[in-house]
Structures are given as C-alpha cells and as structure tokens.
Design a binder for this molecule. Structure first.
Ligand SMILES: [Fe+2]
Length: 140
C-alpha cells in the first residue's frame, strides 16, 4: 500500500494520451510500475525489492515496445524504422544501466528509473503521439 503522505512522482495524466486505447493503457501501466518502484524507494525497501520492481518496469517497457512496433507494422506506419530504432537505442542504454545497478550500485537504480521515465515522457509526447495522429487520419 503506497504511503499517502508521499507525493506521487510518476502520475499519468490525459496530457500523455495518444488516442490509441491499447497504447494509452500500456503507458498508464508503465507510470504505475515506475510509481511502485518510487514508493518502494521512499519507504526504504531493500535492494532486492527495488531490483525486482526495476526489472518489472524494464520487462514491461520491452513488452510494450513490441506492441507498438507490431501496431506500426500493421498500419504500415511511415516512421516505423526510426521509431523502432529509438526503442532499440533506449533498450540497450537502459539494459546497460540496469546491469550496473544489479552489480552493486544502488544509486543506479534511481538513475535508471529517472532516465527511463524522462525518456518515456518525451517519447510519448512526441513520437508516440504521431502514431495516434496517423491512426486518426488513416482509414484502417
Ligand atoms: Fe514508442
């Protein structure tokens, strides 16, 4: 149960909506997973717990990227290659950071979380929104 006295760090708002139900739902879940990790940190949970939450967040990020990539393929999205490349770059950067945090540097867990969420917020507001816009204008 999150501590109500601790302010939420990662709150999904309608500003992040891209207008595709599945993608919006998965983005919400990403924010929720990051928030769970953040709350565990502020509650002073141990390294193993934090690592588990971080792993869940990273796994879900990869799972979600796959869905977005499948969707882009399905609608023959013109920006597909670049968008997939952006996902790939993020995946490898974050995996490398997570490996370092697993090998003992606890502050890296915080760094990975902040880096990932900043990246996702920018990516959702920019690139992912364009997929939503495309789906609104293209007949399917
Ligand atoms: Fe994306």
């Amino acid at each position: 149960m999150p501590d109500a006295s601790v302010k939420a760090m990662f709150e999904w708002t309608a500003d992040y909506e891209v207008g595709v139900r599945q993608i919006d739902g998965e983005h919400r879940r990403l924010f929720a997973l990051a928030e769970t990790l953040y709350q565990a940190m502020t509650a002073g949970k141990g390294k193993a717990v934090l690592q588990d939450h971080l792993a869940a967040l990273l796994d879900y990020t990869c799972y979600h990227f796959k869905h977005e990539e499948q969707l882009m393929e399905r609608i023959a999205y013109p920006g597909y290659r670049q968008h997939r490349q952006d996902h790939e770059n993020l995946r490898s950067t974050v995996r490398a950071m997570a490996d370092r945090s697993a090998s003992g540097e606890t502050t890296m867990t915080i760094e990975v979380m902040l880096f990932l969420m900043e990246w996702l917020k920018r990516h959702i507001a920019g690139s992912d929104r364009l997929i939503g816009d495309r789906m609104k204008t293209e007949p399917t």
